[in-house]
Design a protein around this ligand. Structure first.
Ligand SMILES: [Zn+2]
Length: 315
């Protein structure tokens, strides 16, 4: 008899979803996000240090929390760039729920080996900015919100952005953990936000404070506990305030790289430059998100350039 309960393939009830909710009596809406398989698939092809893996989970949760709040048809990207040891965190989510992420360490730097919550975003990312972009294709205007890195956590940076740039009271909690019985990383986030345009008297401010205090009463291990469903968590927190749950939206890991896109990128460079970059008669392009390798040989490149010389309008 073998016990398979501890292998990587074990599935849990944790899920990969966005649960939108509204708290009627408090004029607050919110979202609870959980990712497990989608998180694991985004990092498994990389050799990220544990601390960076955790940060990527937080970035994916935050991108999902923010991106799924907007009505759009396209891609929402959250990008955090700094001059510290972690130079880049990026996660994007499409309106179909396809999620991917990657991160970059500055060359020659090492991350401290510390536990969750022991190191702040300014220590890891230094000075820099957080940008949120909505891309709805070439015919639509791009929306971009940008803010300086200002906060001890990614969640705090986003909260500050909403307060300052959007004048929207927002509270966000994000946890990202590495160890659990299924052997996969998992991350979760909870966000509450005041409904825009609501009145702002003493009662409304008190209601908002109550929503935030209740939200902060949830513990990190509870947010990451697959025995606690989203509805259990939300009813436990807000059952006295008329919480209403909407349909869950599933998210999944999916990269948008393709041979076609890589070829277009290569062809956007002059032929001489591309040929100069060849090593051992080939060029290998690795997708920074999913780790897929695209390899081009000299004869293939010659043919590609020959093709666009013949049909310049096709690319
Ligand atoms: Zn890819």
């Amino acid at each position: 008899m073998t016990d398979n309960s501890n292998t990587n393939t074990a599935t849990s009830d944790f899920g990969n979803f966005v649960q939108t909710f509204q708290i009627e009596d408090l004029d607050v809406r919110g979202r609870l996000v959980r990712i497990e398989d989608s998180f694991w698939e985004a990092v498994q092809a990389h050799d990220y240090p544990p601390l960076l893996t955790r940060l990527i989970g937080e970035t994916m949760v935050l991108a999902t929390v923010l991106g799924t709040a907007l009505k759009f048809d396209g891609i929402f990207t959250l990008q955090v760039q700094g001059d510290g040891p972690v130079s880049l965190l990026i996660a994007d989510v499409t309106s179909d729920g396809a999620l991917r992420a990657c991160a970059k360490l500055r060359e020659g730097t090492e991350l401290p080996e510390v536990g969750p919550g022991e190191v702040s975003i300014p220590q890891l990312l230094g000075a820099g900015h957080m940008a949120m972009t909505v891309d709805q294709g070439p015919d639509m205007e791009r929306y971009q919100g940008i803010t300086e890195i200002n906060g001890a956590t990614l969640a705090e940076c986003a909260q500050n952005y909403f307060r300052q740039s959007e004048q929207l009271d927002t509270a966000i909690a994000i946890v990202s953990g590495l160890d659990n019985k299924a052997g996969k990383p998992r991350a979760a986030g909870l966000m509450v936000q005041r409904l825009p345009g609501a009145a702002d008297g003493d009662n409304e401010q008190e209601a908002w404070r109550r929503a935030v205090v209740l939200m902060s009463s949830i513990r990190a291990d509870e947010l990451l506990d697959d025995k606690l469903s989203a509805s259990k968590i939300l009813y436990r927190l807000y059952h006295e305030d008329g919480v209403r749950l909407f349909d869950q939206r599933i998210v999944h890991h999916e990269c948008r790289c393709s041979e076609e896109r890589v070829r277009r990128t290569i062809l956007s460079f002059p032929k001489d430059e591309v040929m100069d970059m060849m090593e051992d008669g080939q060029i290998s392009v690795t997708c920074e998100f999913c780790g897929n390798d695209y390899v081009y040989y000299e004869a293939g490149l010659e043919a590609m350039y020959h093709e666009i010389a013949m049909h310049p309008t096709d690319t």
